[in-house]
Design a protein around this ligand. Structure first.
Ligand SMILES: Cc1cc2nc3c(=O)[nH]c(=O)nc-3n(C[C@H](O)[C@H](O)[C@H](O)COP(=O)(O)OP(=O)(O)OC[C@H]3O[C@@H](n4cnc5c(N)ncnc54)[C@H](O)[C@@H]3O)c2cc1C
Length: 282
């Protein structure tokens, strides 16, 4: 299938890109790697009169250690993040994940920003970044605003991004927490993913799951248990994780029943916690 006709724009600056978004609003879509967007347009699930190609905006690709946080441009591809020495050094689980999502073709053109803005329920970075207390920086002609990764995605293919906003970068707070991301994949897509970020003095523990409900979700009972009792026994952890996951709105679909997904989500969450605990003991 072919997408319906559209006008192709290739702005030479971020200012020009947001001006185009302001001009065309809902009729326009930013075009990064195109791995989701073009497929959705070809299948007839999405239609835009204007595509705004971001590929000539190298400033959106920058990856930098900003001291308190790691800053990753929205246009950085999975492959670039996986290979970047700063990410590998400061946040190895993110580099490792970006090195294994999808396939080499998607990794070399698909971007972290496209992944987040598409908000596909089975995507991995949304849960990982929520668990890391990352902040997404959105830019429009009115300026910039910061949105916590934890509240960016509101449902399947839905985010708080307004039509005139461009995601420009992701700022990830650097902390002493040990971080572990675990996932189970069917085919190319994740059916359950979980991040644990544990063990930094004075900072709350974080456990999030993704890939199971329409958007990433925290496990609040488990987090509180670990905050109060970092060495909580495995049986109590198991109960807390099970209760948290039972409270999530998970539906049956063609890949897995809701019950099976709950089982997988509990499995990856417990693996992520166990992995962090092991690292903390080294
Ligand atoms: C076969 C296959 C397997 C996959 N497996 C996995 C997997 O295991 N785990 C996983 O997490 N993901 C997986 N993915 C998803 C993949 O990560 C995304 O396709 C990719 O990251 C999307 O990025 P893109 O640059 O191509 O986005 P595009 O397709 O260009 O854009 C996607 C959406 O985001 C919008 N957009 C893009 N950039 C911006 C921006 N800067 N600001 C505002 N809006 C923007 C676009 O308008 C569009 O609506 C898979 C995809 C495929 C095709």
């Amino acid at each position: 299938m072919y997408p319906s006709p559209f006008t192709y724009h290739r702005p030479a600056s971020v200012e020009a890109a947001v001006a185009l978004l302001a001009e065309f609003g809902d009729d326009a879509a930013p075009y990064a790697g195109g791995t989701e967007l073009l497929l959705a347009m070809k299948m007839g699930f999405a239609q835009y009169d204007h595509l705004i190609d971001l590929k000539r905006l190298p400033t959106l690709r920058t990856i930098a250690n900003e001291g308190e946080f790691l800053s990753i441009g929205a246009l950085a591809t999975h492959a670039e993040i996986a290979a970047d020495p700063t990410v590998r050094d400061l946040l190895p689980p993110l580099a490792a994940l970006c090195g294994e999502v999808a396939n080499p073709r998607v990794r070399s053109s698909g971007t972290i920003g496209g992944n987040l803005c598409f908000a596909e329920p089975r995507a991995d970075p949304p849960a990982l970044l929520a668990g890391l207390d990352a902040t997404l920086i959105l830019r429009s002609t009115s300026g910039e605003r910061a949105v916590p990764a934890a509240s960016f995605i509101t449902g399947a293919l839905e985010t708080v991004r307004a039509a005139d906003e461009l995601l420009v970068r992701i700022d990830i707070l650097l902390s002493e927490r040990r971080v572990r991301y675990e996932r189970i994949v069917f085919g190319h897509r994740t059916v359950a993913g979980a991040v644990a970020a544990l063990g930094a003095p004075g900072q709350p523990e974080r456990i999030w799951v993704g890939g199971v409900a329409t958007c990433p979700a925290p496990l609040p009972l488990t987090q509180s248990l670990l905050d109060a009792e970092p060495g909580a026994a495995d049986a109590r952890l198991h109960d807390a994780v099970t209760q948290d996951i039972a409270a999530l709105d998970i539906a049956d679909d063609e890949e897995a029943s809701a019950d099976y997904r709950r089982h997988l989500a509990a499995t990856v969450a417990l693996r992520a916690i166990a992995g962090c605990r092991e690292e903390l003991q080294r």
